[in-house]
Unconditional design. Structure first.
Length: 346
């Protein structure tokens, strides 16, 4: 095991490769371009599959096809590209295909700019495509987590037969940090009785999302909801930072959580009892953890690089027990630790 100084985008590539990635399908867009560029060399060296698809739509559908045969496959893009992948992502959720999708977010809406953003929260956790479905959504806050959460994403996707999204941001994707490549490469995986690998000597299998028989689609949706409840019970992850005595609790994820920690240190030095709850899973959202700290005398502050998206889930978790305030910027704007500190003082 070695430690290297790498960009977050490269760390996630190595996490996927260590997890047993068989195929990567992508298309260039800033600020995730290091991912397809790195994979174009590394996957060929490993004698695995790399395809620069003709479009984002094609790349997502290639992941669907590869995963349906039992291979571990991944695609990545940045915000506008992820929008184009939504139809295939909805199909994957409906077909229960365990693919991994990476979004290294940029400013929007539209083509926007190439600055880091967190304005794709709604798209990631509220479905994004059509129908009643959920992705499991991880939000790494540093290059080490880019590596480790990507590594874990493939196992979790396979465990629940559900797509997993890494919702990153352009700052962490581009930031260089030391990463401890501490995971053993995976080479063996459990047999799956649903994959499409040829039906010689057995009954044919069907993996589809088109269910036309009367009541069949509703039953399928209800079965999916049972799975989502199981995921909510078992897969919530969050970091708690100085919350036990906190009178003001910031809720932030990704790069905004790191900036918030600096503000909390400044606030503590001035006698302001501030803390942080950092969702690592954006879905399932750590609602029960937040609810535990929603007590009289406590205030919450949602810090986001958007104009307010996660705050809706925060308010639902607090459920009216405490005041909830907001601080954010749009279009790739960065909230500084000074701004957060001034908000805490107010």
């Amino acid at each position: 095991m070695v430690k290297k100084l790498v960009k977050g985008n490269i760390a996630l590539c190595e996490g996927a490769i260590a997890a047993g990635l068989d195929a990567y399908f992508g298309y260039p867009i800033t600020p995730q371009n290091e991912v397809p560029a790195y994979m174009s060399r590394k996957m060929v060296e490993l004698k695995k599959v790399f395809v620069q698809a003709e479009s984002e739509l094609a790349a997502a559908n290639m992941v669907l096809g590869a995963c349906a045969t039992g291979k571990r496959a991944m695609t990545s893009s940045s915000s506008p590209g992820i929008s184009l992948k939504q139809e295939a992502i909805s199909y994957m959720a409906g077909m229960e295909i365990p693919g991994v999708i990476v979004n290294v977010q940029r400013g929007g809406p539209g083509l926007g700019n190439i600055s880091g953003s967190q304005a794709d929260y709604f798209q990631a956790v509220k479905g994004g495509g059509h129908g009643d479905y959920h992705l499991i959504v991880y939000a790494p806050a540093n290059a080490q987590e880019m590596y480790e959460l990507t590594y874990n994403a493939f196992d979790v996707a396979q465990k629940y037969r559900n797509p997993v999204m890494l919702l990153c941001d352009g700052i962490i994707g581009q930031m260089m940090e030391p990463v401890d490549f501490n995971k053993e490469p995976k080479t063996k995986f459990e047999d799956r009785d649903w994959i499409l690998d040829g039906c010689k000597g057995r009954e044919p299998r069907s993996v589809k999302s088109l269910l036309m028989e009367d009541g069949a689609l509703e039953k399928h949706n209800l079965d999916l909801q049972k799975k989502y409840k199981l995921i909510e019970e078992n897969e919530v992850k969050a970091e708690l930072y100085q919350v036990e005595d906190a009178e003001v609790i910031i809720v932030a994820y990704g790069i905004s959580s790191r900036i918030s920690k600096n503000a909390i240190k400044q606030a503590r030095e001035k006698g302001i009892k501030a803390g942080l709850i950092r969702p690592i899973t954006l879905w399932p959202f750590p609602s029960r953890i937040i609810a535990k700290y929603a007590k009289p005398g406590v205030k919450f502050l949602s810090v986001e690089f958007s104009l307010g998206q996660m705050i809706e889930d925060l308010k639902l978790a607090v459920n009216g027990k405490c005041p909830v305030d907001f601080l954010g910027r749009a279009g790739g704007g960065i909230v500084s630790d000074k701004q957060i500190f001034e908000k805490l003082k107010s």
